[in-house]
Design a protein around this ligand. Structure first.
Ligand code: SF4
Length: 480
């Protein structure tokens, strides 16, 4: 039996955020459970901050939610809380970068959780540093706290609006003062953020799957360019369209549906599971020339698409690969060295199912191309007659600047190799990527034109590469 770290060739979501306002519920405990449901969005560090109207407490640390809070959350009490799970991309993997970030300013304590990536953070940081601002972390989110603290506006919502109008890039923020909870989504809506209702109270989270665990009812997505302010258990949150530069079209991240989000989440009205199922169906239509006996998935993220493929193609979906579910997602490690040293996740072939069969193997993406070949070899060693690799995303050719553990272009196999070369490299009998049009057709409840596809075509909706070029040369020097 052979084991491989099959998730090392995936892009990793950077963060998950959660916030709650309620005088009736245990807000710290609910945040713990909310973060637990969002753990797939980041496993490197976590934290919870709680406010009681007069003061704020915080507990943060490196590790998974149950590790950091192994002694419980009993020492955190109040009626408002924000939480965060993190996988670092901007800012090193250090304890001082763990979120929520907390500062003290003239309005009292302020805590912030961020999912996304600010493309003009370097530029803003440099300007603020020149003005004497001292930074305690290396994360991009800290500039937002500085901007809020420096604002001359009186009301916190106006200060936040002024601050977020200065930043560019992707952000879903949950911000907490000693008596208010604010949730802000960037004008393009790159990263998800939604609102839920408790019997007496409100919750906001990156994904709706977090609501089920805390007994909240999903109310709606927070709109691109919208800020919500919550300061009452029962009154409707105050909504404000804050953006002074609202684009005509949104740019929701298509990869949330391809891979990042949990299948039981509904994001921007679109069921993640249904979208993945439809991606498989579209892939089957585009590869109807393949005469296969069975379809299998690379578990778990490829499973919904593989089921959709099987339904459309009329061939059985079987679990030809099995995953050891008890190893944990150890692949979420911020450096290559740590990845290599991490305990390897196990993926094994169920040989009796694949022996002598022509197999369609569905996976969601190939990023660096480091693992697909190993999985194909596992299947061939298990006796598969043919292995046709079908990918439910188009070739990943360009980096993401919106909050994903991104690679420079030269590390993306599809930016340097043709599909024929990749097929030979991974040892498959054939390789097929879903077309961009096929991917768009997979969305049955969301306008596919209002999405970001930049990692497939470099069509960055907000000119991110130029903004980054002005702020940081380093990133692009690495590309050479
Ligand atoms: S570049 Fe790709 S991963 Fe990044 S936000 Fe756009 S679709 Fe998502």
């Amino acid at each position: 039996m052979q084991g491989i770290d099959f998730q090392e060739d995936k892009w990793h979501e950077e963060c998950g955020v959660f916030g709650i306002y309620s005088h009736q519920d245990d807000v710290a405990l609910n945040t713990y459970w909310g973060l637990f449901a969002l753990q797939h969005r980041g496993q490197e560090s976590t934290g919870i901050a709680v406010a009681d109207g007069k003061s704020m407490q915080i507990k943060r640390g490196m590790g998974l939610v149950p590790e950091v809070f192994k002694d419980g959350v009993g020492d955190l009490s109040g009626h408002i809380a924000v939480g965060h799970v993190r996988y670092s991309t901007t800012g090193a993997s250090m304890a001082f970068n763990v979120q929520p970030l907390k500062v003290y300013f003239d309005g009292g304590n302020l805590a912030l959780s961020h999912n996304g990536n600010l493309t003009n953070a370097c530029e803003l940081r440099r300007k603020l540093a020149k003005d004497g601002v001292v930074f305690q972390t290396t994360v991009d989110s800290e500039v937002v706290l500085s901007l809020i603290a420096r604002s001359r506006r009186e009301k916190i919502e106006d200060r936040v609006a002024e601050a977020v109008n200065e930043i560019k890039g992707a952000f879903a923020f949950i911000i907490m003062t000693e008596d208010k909870l604010l949730a802000v989504r960037d004008p393009y809506g790159f990263r998800p953020l939604c609102l839920g209702r408790l019997e007496h109270g409100w919750v906001v989270a990156s994904e709706s799957c977090a609501f089920d665990l805390v007994g909240a009812e999903f109310i709606r997505d927070i709109m691109p360019g919208e800020m919500l302010m919550i300061d009452d258990d029962d009154a409707e949150p105050k909504s404000m369209m804050y953006s002074s530069n609202q684009p005509a079209k949104s740019a929701h991240c298509v990869f949330e549906y391809v891979y990042f989000a949990r299948t039981d989440s509904v994001i921007d009205k679109q069921s993640v599971y249904e979208a993945r199922l439809n991606m498989g169906r579209e892939l089957a239509k585009e590869t109807s020339h393949i005469k296969a006996d069975i379809v299998i998935s690379v578990p778990d993220s490829g499973t919904a698409a593989a089921i959709g493929y099987g339904l459309e193609a009329g061939i059985p979906f079987v679990e030809g690969l099995t995953k050891n579910r008890y190893v944990g997602r150890t692949f979420i490690q911020p450096t290559q060295k740590q990845r290599q040293n991490a305990v390897r996740l196990k993926l094994n072939v169920v040989a009796p199912l694949v022996r002598g069969k022509s197999v369609v193997m569905v996976d969601d993406s190939i990023v660096r191309g480091t693992t697909s070949g190993k999985i194909v070899k596992l299947l061939k060693d298990g006796g598969a007659k043919e292995v046709h690799v079908c990918i439910s995303s188009p070739p990943v050719t360009d980096p993401c600047y919106y909050g994903i553990d991104t690679s420079v272009r030269k590390e993306l196999i599809a930016s340097t190799h043709t599909e024929e070369e990749i097929c030979r490299y991974i040892g498959a009998d054939s390789l097929h990527y879903i077309s961009k049009e096929g991917l768009k057709r997979a969305f049955n409840s969301l306008d596919a034109e209002g999405m970001c596809y930049a990692c497939f075509d470099a069509g960055y909706p907000d000119d991110a590469e130029n903004v980054l070029r002005q702020g940081s040369k380093l990133l692009f020097e690495n590309e050479k």
